[in-house]
Design a protein around this ligand. Structure first.
Ligand code: SF4
Ligand code: FES
Length: 246
């Protein structure tokens, strides 16, 4: 395939940035989107130009690093996949593809397609953990009964990879889907009940401090989330927050 790539280039966080056009050919339909960008970058390096900076690590849908906007959609046109799992067969020969960084006040751009998502780390540090006594008297986790439904819902919430697509697709740049997944994965389990109040209050407070907006139930986050995190988690977090506040 021959493609025209329109890519956001920005030298650093102070640079104004802008879209630049790059033709690429010899793109196989079997390549992943990131492999296609590798081909582009190899060509740029050979020409002595600066390669396009983009985040990636696992390249198998686990780490949540490969966050970018492709033709106006977080992680591109496929559903339930990250950018590294997106294949070029989703595009046609001759296509023009727009590639931009995630845009949100809480995710400042570092360079080109790379944004700073450490705000998510700080939210998790505020409460995304449990404190377990590991002195030797710890109760075996397998000896604590958990309803199957609760275990399944907690597991589903725990599949959030912190990619930030929910924030990027929300018109308010809300991080509620991410934060609610991180609250739910603990609040549904007995091990998470001990710090439940403190957790939800601290994480929501940190979320607000980081400059993320509020949820207005549009649901774009759920549609674009590569892990299918449900809006039910936001409802659960709101109930947890209300309980903890009174
Ligand atoms: S909720 Fe979904 S879109 Fe948001 S950070 Fe988690 S995995 Fe990514
Ligand atoms: S590179 Fe890890 S999820 Fe895409």
């Amino acid at each position: 395939m021959k493609l025209t790539l329109k890519i956001w280039r920005q030298k650093n966080s102070n640079d104004k940035g802008g879209i630049q056009t790059y033709p690429v050919d010899n793109v196989s339909e079997h390549m992943s989107f990131l492999e296609m960008l590798d081909v582009l970058n190899e060509g740029l390096v050979l020409k002595g130009e600066v390669p396009v900076a983009f985040d990636h690590d696992c390249r198998e849908g686990i780490c949540g690093m490969c966050s970018m906007y492709i033709n106006g959609e977080a992680h591109g046109p496929d559903r339930g996949v990250t950018t590294c799992q997106l294949h070029m067969r989703k595009f046609k020969d001759g296509d023009t593809i727009y590639i931009e960084p995630f845009r949100a006040k809480g995710f400042p751009i570092i360079k080109d397609l790379v944004v700073d998502r450490t705000a998510f780390d700080r939210i998790q540090h505020a409460g995304g953990f449990i404190s377990v006594n590991t002195s030797g008297n710890t109760q075996d986790a397998n000896a604590i009964p958990v309803l199957k439904e609760d275990a399944d819902n907690a597991f589903d919430a725990a599949t959030c990879i912190g990619c930030g697509a929910c924030v990027a697709s929300c018109k308010n740049a809300s991080a509620m889907l991410f934060v609610s997944a991180k609250v739910s994965q603990f609040s549904l389990l007995p091990q998470g009940k001990v710090e439940a109040k403190r957790r939800v209050l601290n994480m929501v407070e940190q979320m607000d401090k980081e400059g993320f907006g509020n949820c207005t139930n549009t649901g774009a986050c759920e549609v674009e989330c590569p892990k299918g995190i449900s809006l039910e988690n936001i409802a659960r977090m709101n109930r947890e927050y209300l309980k903890a506040s009174i």
